[in-house]
Write a protein that binds this ligand. Structure first.
Ligand SMILES: [Fe+2]
Ligand SMILES: [Fe+2]
Ligand SMILES: [Fe+2]
Length: 360
């Protein structure tokens, strides 16, 4: 295999981990949840893979040979790429420092880590593209056939001598595993809906206790659930996961899949009923307020049990029914839907709304 092909394959692995890391950053941003174990694995990956395995091949071998063939190392493309490698090292050091502080029990803001990781991942994407699209074609023009063979041999000796045997397998396994959690985006949305549901339950409680209707908060709640059920979450479940599960033989007529699907259909008329009850309760009429509180409670109860059943019963079945290829395909589909939502601004709008509601 040509040396640049070996490096390209490693880039693909780095991009898989990058994608998984981007999801963790969004998870922190959207729900404040910090999964330390996964973040640790990701940071270790970038640390070992890029400093102990990949970058030495580039710097000590490929770049050095390109320089020997006349490409300037100080200016131009090669200089730029080496500066980026240094930048990666500096950034990983900062991230490692953050982890050290956290382990020592010092205050370490997870948003700060998310920001640092985000910067690192953006740089990684741009850097890999630059090497693949600009540097490697130049390398292949510049290097002689003999250079190619010698580099190839030198690469394999780095793999044997400088890194632990199996590290490549371990990390390709990790990237694979991280990429195959197809229910992850749904689980994240469940966390958000449960946070909002807890806030809504407090609202109902207050309404029952003092008879007051905070109409602006309720408008926002209805707005949130409407978006969640109609535009954001339920379609993702139905069009992607449920459809795939039923294709793989899970019954859509009876059993858990049929039940949760049916519940989706119940949410909409219930939300309509809440809207109507809210209109009546705006005046503060005692009976109307109680009716609204009852409608809302019933909805929230269903939302809670529905979400918990999906998490605890349906999602664990996914791993048994779907193949790895199914799961990876689903993950990609979810990511592209989420990317579209982020692009349109609706993702941020609703996560902000959810945060506002949980604080109100
Ligand atoms: Fe590279
Ligand atoms: Fe659902
Ligand atoms: Fe769900």
């Amino acid at each position: 295999m040509r040396p640049t092909e070996t490096l390209r394959k490693e880039h693909n692995l780095a991009l898989q981990v990058t994608r998984a890391a981007e999801r963790e950053v969004r998870l922190i941003h959207d729900t404040s949840e910090f999964r330390e174990e996964i973040i640790d694995m990701i940071v270790d990956f970038f640390h070992f893979f890029t400093s102990a395995c990949h970058e030495p091949k580039e710097e000590k071998l490929l770049f050095a040979r390109m320089a020997a063939r006349g490409l300037s190392t100080d200016t131009g493309l090669l200089g730029e790429i080496e500066r980026e490698h240094n930048e990666f090292r500096a950034r990983i050091k900062e991230i490692t420092e953050w982890r050290r502080r956290r382990r020592a029990g010092a205050a370490a803001d997870v948003e700060e880590l998310a920001g640092m990781l985000n910067g690192y991942l953006k740089l990684m994407r741009a850097h890999v593209t630059k090497e693949n699209d600009l540097l490697f074609p130049v390398a292949n023009q510049l290097l002689t056939d003999r250079d190619q063979v010698e580099l190839e041999t030198a690469f394999s000796s780095i793999e044997c001598e400088e890194i632990l045997v199996g590290v490549h397998d371990k990390y390709s396994g990790l990237a694979h595993r991280l990429a195959s959690r197809s229910t992850e985006i749904l689980e994240k949305e469940h966390k958000v809906v449960l946070l909002v549901t807890a806030a809504a339950e407090r609202e109902v409680q207050a309404m029952r206790e003092n008879g007051q209707v905070r109409a602006p908060v309720l408008d926002k709640l209805i707005d949130f659930y409407e978006y969640f059920a109609d535009a954001c979450h339920d379609p993702k479940e139905e069009r992607l996961l449920f459809a795939r599960l039923s294709e793989r033989g899970m019954s859509a007529d009876s059993g858990i899949l049929a039940e949760v699907w049916q519940e989706h259909r119940e949410f909409r008329p219930r939300l309509e009923a809440i809207r109507t009850a809210l209109e009546r309760a705006r005046s503060g009429n005692g009976q109307a307020v109680t009716a609204l509180a009852d409608e809302l409670s019933a909805y929230l109860e269903l939302m809670r049990s529905h979400t918990v059943r999906e998490n605890e019963i349906l999602f664990p079945m996914v791993g048994h029914l779907l193949t790895d290829a199914d799961q990876e395909e689903l993950t990609r589909e979810y990511e592209s839907v989420e990317a579209e939502e982020i692009l349109k601004g609706v993702h941020d709008k609703y996560f902000k709304l959810a945060h506002a509601l949980t604080l109100s």
